[in-house]
Write a protein of this length. Structure first.
Lengths: 446, 446
């Protein structure tokens, strides 16, 4: 039994002072504001619920920042070729240290859980490993080494494009039909500690019939994620092939509910966004990757107006800081609408609005009982200290300033399931994980 | 006489290996690539020309991140009210430690010079200090303490709006007519080590007649900066009042040349941008502030097509990292155009294209013979080390990755005018400057 005594904690209805938080077996047992003088481990600063990262492709980190040239990097589709080349080189031995390093950096960025959208299943020639879950098991091992809570989303990937186009070269490692994915998910649920979910790659890669079978076969078992409406070309082909844009088609053809995460939804229109919001599905926004790839800007005000759930994902993992990711989300929207503080609403603070909503959406999409500081939920916390400018200000201003004015990564201490993983900005296993990652990169480059 | 021996240095035609750089009296005396084995202070990593920060309002840092709420922070104009409140509290005693801290953090972010757009001249009631340059002298002292090269732009501010509207409350401290500004500039040039320039606040605040007199009186003496076309409301009023949008009007009514910096130009149209490019004027882009304030997105491709000069400014100082600022510039453009690598051109790397162009434009706008690694220019350098992913890759990839995939601020060592100010990410006077800043903030908050 652990007791934390936080100067300030972000509860459902706002910041409260001197909050005593009891923790046992990885979960919050009680939350008592105004407990000044109580006995507990003092937490100087602001205790926030940890952020759930709802969309990651861990292997994409290994080429972060290495496709920023016109030659072969001019658009999303040529970037995808570079991504296929990186995917082709990954091995089960190298995947664990990559995931460990990524998990460590995500923790330092304020994320306490990560949903890994995993489709890198097979040998480079497309044949399964002797153990079909070999690559997935490496991700589990890597996340455990870092101490980040993993949600492993098992990918279904059947076709190279709309209408059942065959898989080509780089896609063979991803090939996974519905039966295989369901079997892998069941097996992983038994054999590992991760939350297990389903990753329907996209309407490009999963046929309508397979989508139906996958959803029927997995209903009630965990989160279901799908990439939708990231690129205009994808939307246009979807309209041509299926008769509707991806989000509208999906809402018409699948029982989308709160277990779903619609990743990107960049080019969904306001009606699709409002319809999606009514289902309880979480919109998975990935601001840094969507900017990096030139995807475009999501109609966030439409989502807010419909009270839609959303969260953030680090996706291609070029940016690993939840505070910076949320700032970029709001900055993109400020530039889109030419106004300030888009997320703040009529009376709110941008920092709190963004953090609370994204933490709830992220936890839901990760299938983890977390995302708020409340009894019964996971003891996943991020502690920030005020910037120099926000020192002595009310805590809402301190959170705003951490997100919109910090000169270094704001997360100071990070706890996952009751255990500190990061103290004073340093991970408990920093050096070992760094050297493992460098060795893996060297091996990948060879 | 100092000799640096850099693993790689970014020269005009690209990265060269084993570059021996001679430095004497603060300037580069010779540059010799392929000097493997020569005697010199080894610089591990990539030696880049230091970045000139072409637009800063130092006092605005003190409320960084503290206006991110709907109440009073909903748009640019209400943000401006908060800015006036912060300006009202500044004193000569507090300005120096604020500038010192800002300068230190800018150095750590890869900037080696800063053009301070200075209009906070007078006592809160608008009366001049006994020494008219009191506030300017504090900025000079602060910049010297940090070791950043300062360009002090003396503000002209006569009116509260187009058509000569009177100054109101918060603007009285800024009030400065042309004669006063020219006298202050002359005096500062004699009495301090900074480069001195002229800051015409805007076409709102400076009448056509005064603009003409200021430009005639200052021609050939240093850089001339002006805020233009940041907000649509400003452009509309300018068209109403002066009969043309601000950039077009300016180009028609002033002998704009390479000494000029047009700050923002956010809503300039393609013709205005092309016309401005032909004059040699530098466009002063401030991506983080323009995003924070919801200004909008500049037509950067029009500027590139016209071979226009540009640089970056930290402006309201919410973001103090040149690499992140340039990433945000390209990200905004990627989102605007829905394509990748906007700055890279047909064959280039985004990192190099952005850094080289912005360093040249920044140096020009700062009126400093710098911005390239070449004989005769100031020995202003930033050293970066490759990210884990870019280790062993060609240096162009390492610069790309520093800008687009780094998980911490890339600048490791920073030299200004031949003297190291930052080593291994730490400023030579970090603790003292930090404590001075905290004390100043406390005094400002009281």
């Amino acid at each position: 039994m652990l007791h934390l005594l936080a100067d300030w904690a972000l509860l459902d209805d706002g910041f409260a002072p001197d909050v005593l938080v009891g923790v046992a077996d990885g979960a919050i047992t009680d939350v008592t504001p105004r407990s000044e003088g109580a006995t507990g481990e003092r937490v100087a600063g602001l205790l926030l619920p940890g952020m759930g990262n709802l969309h990651s492709h861990a292997f994409q980190r290994v080429f972060a920042g290495l496709t920023e040239h016109a030659d072969g990097g001019g658009d999303f589709w040529s970037w995808r070729e570079a991504m296929y080349r990186a995917a082709a080189r990954m091995t089960p031995e190298l995947y664990a240290p990559v995931m460990a390093w990524l998990g460590k950096e995500l923790l330092k960025g304020g994320y306490t859980s990560v949903a890994e959208f995993h489709y890198l299943h097979h040998r480079p020639d497309g044949s399964p490993y002797a153990r079909r879950t070999e690559m997935a098991a490496s991700l589990v091992a890597g996340a455990e080494a870092a101490g980040i809570a993993l949600t492993l989303l098992v990918g279904v990937y059947e076709a190279g494009g709309f209408g059942g186009a065959p898989l080509t070269g780089g896609q063979n490692r991803f090939s996974n039909d519905v039966d295989a994915a369901l079997l892998m998910a069941a097996s992983l649920r038994v054999h590992c500690g991760a939350v297990v979910g389903l990753a329907l790659h996209s309407l490009r890669a999963v046929s309508p019939a397979s989508l139906r079978r996958a959803v029927d076969g997995f209903a009630g078992q965990g989160p279901i994620h799908i990439h939708v409406a990231e690129q205009r070309a994808e939307v246009a082909t979807c309209v041509e092939t299926l008769g509707a844009p991806p989000v509208a088609w999906l809402l018409d053809h699948a029982a989308v509910n709160g277990a779903w995460c619609l990743v990107h939804a960049t080019h969904a229109n306001a009606k699709e966004i409002a319809d999606a919001a009514r289902t309880g599905a979480v919109i998975g926004l990935c601001p840094s990757t969507e900017a990096d790839l030139g995807d475009g800007l999501f109609d966030f005000p439409a989502c807010q107006e419909a009270c839609g759930a959303f969260g953030i994902g680090s996706d291609s993992n070029v940016m690993l800081d939840a505070f910076a990711e949320l700032r970029l989300l709001d900055y993109g929207q400020r530039l889109r609408g030419e106004r300030r503080n888009v997320a703040a609403g009529d009376n709110g603070h941008s920092g709190r609005a963004l953090w609370q909503q994204a933490a709830r959406g992220g936890a839901a999409a990760c299938g983890r009982a977390a995302g708020r500081i409340a009894t019964g939920l996971a003891a996943d916390f991020v502690v920030i200290e005020p910037t120099a400018e926000a020192f002595g200000q009310k805590p809402d201003f301190a959170l705003d300033a951490a997100m919109f004015g910090a000169v270094r990564a704001p997360a100071r201490h990070v706890m996952v399931g009751g255990a500190w993983q990061v103290r004073d900005g340093v991970h408990r296993n920093e050096a070992k994980i760094d050297s493992g990652y460098r060795a893996a990169l060297k091996a990948l480059g060879a």
